[in-house]
Design a protein around this ligand. Structure first.
Ligand code: AMP
Length: 443
């Protein structure tokens, strides 16, 4: 899949791009951005052990919280576009800060990031815009939570209102479990993020991810994806940041996607405008396809990980123009996607113990891998003083491949995984089971 030629070059300089963040998402963005011949250099702050394996990429090791040093650095490098990867700097208003200093930034301001950093605000936003989502109750105390939980006739899920690194959602099996979850949140497990709790109707159906690049007025859709949140095969075990993904997903048929656009995406963009929020960045729509149609489970104000690693190889060299157009507020709305016949899949290799406690610092050995339409994006790695690649996170590597069909894609990915090793390496063997023949009888 590629963005068609109507997304032509801009007239601004795009030689030097800065990406903020240190994960697989940021490395895959850097990889897609550097494909454009106008781009001479991609800087990552802080990046990770794999960033400098990517063509034209260089890490800058400064603390992004030291704003004066950062501004001096960006000024001296003459950065043409800043792309902010993770939610925390966005929620802290980092995009606003850079824009005020005159930089072109891809990433929403604090007002737009609220779609992600306050679940109750996002639910009220959807209510205002009549966007299909699970029913909800915003509660400020355990007493209030208790009353709703024990009077409710439907199963509920319990969520901390604020950012909680993907750990603030509980799916209880009983009312007592529900109450304990609310208690855990109110007792401060997530700090201020748990001052408010959202109780939500538990809904059912497969989950899919949709991404819209927005310039404050218009939007462009990227390929759809489905990720695997659970740690173990057959989608069992604890929730993780994501164990793998594939793109595009056949669950979003044309009819279903049309419905998503009409009932969810366009009302979201319109409601942002109505609330005077100039959203220049990506909106991630986490959707559940329920029996009564698609519903929003959550919004994110940044690319999902590992969906980003999965869809970046489907972008052509024009991708960076799209980011810049969003940052400038000048998408035309005609930047339509052309579907090629390639599909993409990503398998995440994690450290033993993830998503709970794990050790880091183990050497990573990567043998001779098949690099035909295959990429390895480092998610959590570092380099030792002697330059040896070491594990440095729960999710360590993203192994991504593209081909004509998903069976070949995952065959290549798993063959490459055989050539990769580090102490305690773990990955699921059934990523993409929804679209692989080998698993079709089980699904
Ligand atoms: P969130 O961080 O809000 O995306 O929630 C994490 C995961 O919890 C989702 O990917 C779903 O699998 C599950 N979840 C969240 N909200 C609901 C809901 N209302 N009903 C059922 N499952 C949910």
């Amino acid at each position: 899949m590629s963005i068609n030629s109507s997304c032509s070059r801009s007239f601004n300089r795009l030689e030097k791009i800065l990406i903020i963040g240190n994960g697989g998402r940021e490395n895959s963005l850097a990889w897609a951005i550097q494909k454009n011949e106008l781009v001479k250099k991609v800087y990552l702050i802080p990046g990770n052990g794999g960033s400098e394996r990517i063509n034209k990429c260089e890490r800058i090791k400064i603390d992004i919280n030291n704003k004066n040093e950062l501004i001096e650095k960006i000024d001296s490098l003459k950065i043409d576009l800043v792309v902010i990867g993770p939610e925390i700097p966005l929620a802290n208003g980092f995009a606003d800060f850079l824009r005020k200093k005159g930089f072109k930034v891809f990433g929403p301001g604090r007002d737009g990031a609220k779609l992600e950093f306050s679940k109750s605000w996002a639910k009220e936003f959807m209510q205002d815009a009549n966007i299909p989502t699970a029913n909800f109750w915003k509660v400020n105390s355990l007493d209030e939570a208790q009353k709703i939980i024990y009077s409710s006739s439907i199963p509920l899920v319990v969520k901390a209102d604020g950012l909680a690194s993907g750990k603030g959602v509980f799916i209880p099996n009983s009312k007592d479990e529900c109450l304990r979850a609310a208690e855990t949140i109110f007792n401060g497990k997530f700090g201020k993020s748990g001052n408010v709790v959202v109780l939500e109707e538990k809904i059912q159906g497969p989950e899919v991810s949709v991404f819209a690049l927005c310039d404050g007025e218009r939007y462009v859709l990227l390929p759809t994806a489905q990720d695997h949140k659970r740690l173990n095969e057959k989608d069992k075990g604890p929730n993780t940041g994501g164990m793998g993904a594939y793109s595009p997903t056949p669950l979003l048929t044309k009819n279903c996607l049309d419905k998503v656009i009409k009932d969810i995406i366009e009302p979201t963009i319109n409601e942002l405008k109505k609330k005077n929020i100039v959203y220049q960045g990506v909106i991630y729509f986490g959707l559940m396809i329920t029996k009564s149609g698609p519903k929003v489970i959550e919004y994110n104000c940044r690319f999902g990980d590992p969906e980003c690693q999965t869809i970046m190889p489907l972008m052509d060299q024009n991708f960076v123009f799209l980011l810049e157009k969003c940052a400038m507020g000048n998408l035309t709305g005609d930047e339509k996607m052309n579907y090629s016949d390639k599909v993409s899949g990503c398998v995440i290799a994690t450290s033993k113990g993830y998503p709970n406690e794990y050790k880091t610092g183990f050497p990573i050995k990567i043998g001779k891998i098949d690099s035909t339409d295959c990429q390895i994006f480092d998610s959590g790695t570092s380099l030792s003083k002697s330059g040896e690649l070491l594990t440095d996170g729960g999710r360590v590597l993203s192994i991504v491949c593209q081909d004509k069909d998903f069976d070949v894609v995952f065959e290549k990915a798993y063959k490459n995984l055989e050539k990769i090793n580090f102490d305690g390496i773990y990955f699921r063997n059934d990523i993409g089971h929804q679209v692989r023949k080998k698993f079709s009888q089980e699904n």
